[in-house]
Each structure stands twice: as structure tokens, then as C-alpha cells.
Design a protein around this ligand. Structure first.
Ligand code: AMP
Length: 207
């Protein structure tokens, strides 16, 4: 099964995708992480993309298509797309040779999203996620798993978050409308505990 998780920043797409990946073996494809990996590996694409990401802007489609094409080519059992497609051009690109079976919209208010995202932190080495509100590291600033330094993403500051949310409504709402008209859209409340959200997703997917 190929599913798409969609929702504003901070709605928990990444967390839910990881849980689904562990349970069903579907491959989690997240364009945000693929772009960040490219930057860490100092690829030309990653260096160009970083400027747009830091400004809270979408990375131009031609760069995103390159990484998505590679990732989709490796899909076998199923996949969970997270962060792609974000606009109608990306949707058209995807639908040329790929079928999305169901779309889960994780519903969250803007206020809650800003609060969650600005408290988000990651280990610089193993990338483990933390949140200063819900899931702090045992020792401040140090990763529980590998002892690496815990940092805030360059685009997780309030101004950049607001800009990304604005972009979401402007660009991605058309994608949501499209899937709704196709009868593939399922809304799930993203303000519930993680386990409840996961259970609701699984129930909605009927798997
Ligand atoms: P995310 O981790 O999904 O919040 O994405 C972080 C940033 O990566 C976004 O603000 C964009 O700059 C870039 N990005 C991620 N996915 C896409 C996409 N599908 N199209 C364009 N830019 C993207």
C-alpha cells in the first residue's frame, strides 16, 4: 500500500510514519530529511536546497523531483510519503507513474503546531527526535542514545515556521482538495496522544 501523510509542520507526520514503517515495513520517504541528508553530504543539490529551506521556502521542483525519483525507484512492499507532494506540479509528477492509495490528513491548529515545532530538537549525530515539551533528553543538550549534541533545526524558529505554515495553506491545500475529490482523503485529529493517532490511522486504512 502507498499512503501519503499530509498536514502542517508539527502535526506529527514523521512520528506516525516511523511507527507505520516499523509495523508494516512500508518505506518512509520524507523529502525534508532527504534534502537535509544531501546538505550534510555536501552534494550540489543539498547546498542549493539549504538556502530555500532556511528561508522557509519550498525547494524548486526540479531538485525535489531528482531525489523523489531515486527514492520511489527503491519502493518494494509499500511506502509512506511524508512532505511530498506539496503542490500541484509535484502531484502531477508523482501521478505519472505512481499510485497513492490513501491520504491521511493530520489535523492540528496553527497555535499548537508553532508551539510543538519551536520546541523540537534533534541529535546532530544519530538524528533522534526530542521535544522540550513532551520528550526531553535526560541530560540537557545531550542525546540519550549516542551522547551527541542536541540542536534546533535552522528552520524551526518561529518566523520560519509561520512562513512554512503559510506556504502549506497556499500551496498544499489544492493537493488536499484534489485527494478529497478522489475519495482518498481521511482526516485524523493530530491533537491526541501518539498511540491514539496511530490506532486511528490504522483503523482508517483498514489494514
Ligand atoms: P519538512 O522537514 O517537511 O518540514 O521540510 C523542510 C523544508 O524542506 C521545507 O520547508 C522545504 O524548504 C523543503 N522541502 C521538503 N519537502 C519539500 C517538497 N516536497 N517540495 C519543496 N520543498 C520541500
Amino acid at each position: 500500500m502507498n499512503i501519503l501523510l499530509i498536514g502542517i509542520q508539527g502535526c506529527g507526520k514523521g512520528t506516525q510514519a516511523k511507527l507505520l514503517e516499523e509495523r508494516f515495513g512500508w518505506k518512509h520517504i520524507t523529502t525534508g530529511n532527504l534534502l537535509r541528508e544531501n546538505f550534510e553530504n555536501k552534494t550540489e543539490l543539498g547546498i542549493i536546497a539549504k538556502k530555500f529551506m532556511d528561508a522557509g521556502e519550498l525547494v524548486p521542483d526540479k531538485y525535489v523531483f531528482q531525489i523523489v525519483e531515486d527514492a520511489l525507484a527503491k519502493v518494494d512492499e509499500g511506502s509512506i510519503l511524508d512532505g511530498f507532494p506539496r503542490n500541484m506540479e509535484q502531484l502531477r509528477f508523482l501521478e505519472k507513474n505512481f499510485t497513492i492509495d490513501k491520504v491521511i490528513l493530520l489535523d492540528l491548529s496553527d497555535e499548537k503546531a508553532i508551539e510543538r515545532v519551536s520546541s523540537r530538537r534533534n541529535c546532530i549525530d544519530c538524528k533522534k527526535d526530542y521535544n522540550l515539551l513532551y520528550h526531553k533528553p535526560k541530560v540537557e543538550g545531550i542525546c540519550d542514545v549516542c551522547g551527541g549534541k542536541i540542536v534546533q533545526r535552522d528552520d524551526d524558529y518561529e518566523d520560519a515556521i509561520k512562513k512554512r505554515i503559510e506556504k502549506f495553506y497556499k500551496e498544499t491545500s489544492e493537493v488536499i482538495t484534489y485527494f478529497n475529490e478522489e475519495g482518498k482523503l481521511i482526516r485524523v485529529n493530530a491533537d491526541d496522544p501518539i498511540d491514539t493517532i496511530q490506532a486511528n490511522i490504522i483503523k482508517a486504512l483498514d489494514v
